[in-house]
Design a protein around this ligand. Structure first.
Ligand code: SF4
Length: 348
């Protein structure tokens, strides 16, 4: 079967045709730039994995699903020769296929092997950690309450490690209604990119019903998600408007918009590109907060800052709440002779 590119789920928002205008507001205009923001260690590794695979094996290299949830990154890799597919049965037999940062279920690994594909696993090690927890608790016969969004690739992959043991809990309200088999043998795990506050509300409501509910051995919501939420909370408290750079299917980008609104921002929007900023968003706005999701290259934030400078927002202050320096080594297939460029602001 010939491969077909994944139809990207994010239509490009129509661009603004007129440049932004510098209109007067009460007080001085200012940008608060959240840090940490943007690329995390797992995204950096996944993107470099595809680039190195293209270097080593030549084009095309197939990638199951979007390697990371960012439309700009996907388009750039397509330009370099990557072909994104929905499922491994779209990949020609024997070809190289990269599994995305969000992870895959064992069924996908088996399907790739049955097809004779040369699989390279770019699953973030912090997602793999949750897979290992799911397998371990399933082996010990626990029911696993997986807090996360049904249909998200990461949740499908984690649930696929223990299909008979996992019950997905999408939100706090579902915690009030889910059924369990044995309330004394329950553990909760989570998707890595959720809102910390909403997840804890879900868990509190689960524990109110099931007091013996066990916690995960360590935080499943990853360091990058947590750090970006802490930083945007601080920015949002002082911002009239928050702009989050990130794609619509990026869980942690969408969560950043929600967190900004819950922590003081008068308005918050998500954009893929700077030319999506509307003039009317800036009416009466003196302080703009900026952040970006963990799958967003900083060049897109720099473009946004240039755009805002045209509208008079030239005074930029960084609001840093954590230092990050975590890096992951590349998948084993690519380690020999490969140099992970790293150093792009990734951190722990
Ligand atoms: Fe890994 Fe977290 Fe980045 Fe996802 S957001 S790739 S779990 S570090």
């Amino acid at each position: 079967m010939s491969a077909t590119a994944v139809s990207l789920p994010i239509p490009r928002v129509p661009v603004r045709r007129e440049p932004l205008v510098d209109r007067p507001v009460d007080g001085s205009k200012k940008v608060l730039l959240a840090a940490p923001r943007g690329y995390c260690a797992g995204v950096d590794r996944a993107v470099v994995t595809v680039e190195k695979a293209l270097e080593r094996y030549g084009s095309p290299v197939y990638v199951r699903k979007q390697i990371v949830h960012n439309i700009h990154v996907v388009r750039e890799l397509e330009d370099q020769g990557a072909i994104f597919v929905d499922e491994v049965d779209e990949v020609p037999e024997g070809a190289h296929v990269v599994f995305s940062a969000h992870g895959v279920s064992p069924a996908v690994v088996d399907a790739a092997a049955d097809r004779g594909l040369q699989a390279i696993d770019a699953t973030c090690p912090l997602v793999t950690k949750v897979h290992r927890e799911a397998k371990r608790f399933a082996r010990d016969d626990y029911q696993i309450l997986l807090v996360g969004h049904s249909g998200h690739e990461e949740v499908e992959g984690t649930a696929g490690e223990a299909p008979g043991n996992v019950t997905i809990v999408n939100n706090p309200d579902e915690a009030d209604t889910i059924e369990v088999d044995d309330p004394s043998k329950l553990v909760w795990l989570s998707q890595t990119t959720l809102s910390v506050d909403e997840t804890m509300e879900t868990v509190d409501r689960l524990r109110a019903r099931f007091p013996d509910l066990q916690n995960p051995p360590s935080d499943d919501i990853c360091y990058a998600t947590q750090n970006r939420q802490v930083a945007i909370k601080k920015v949002a408290a002082e911002a009239d408007l928050v702009i989050v750079v990130g794609s619509a299917n990026s869980s942690n980008s969408v969560r950043l918009v929600e967190v900004a609104l819950q922590h003081g921002a008068k308005a918050a929007y998500r954009i893929d590109y700077a030319d999506e900023v509307r003039q009317e968003w800036l009416d009466g706005v003196s302080t703009v907060g900026i952040t970006s999701g963990a799958s967003v290259p900083d060049v897109l934030v720099q473009e946004l800052m240039r755009e805002l400078a045209q509208a008079g927002y030239r005074d930029v202050e960084e609001v840093r709440t954590a230092e990050e320096d975590l890096m992951f080594s590349l998948p084993k297939e690519l380690r020999t002779g490969a140099h992970h460029r790293g150093g792009r602001g990734v951190a722990a």
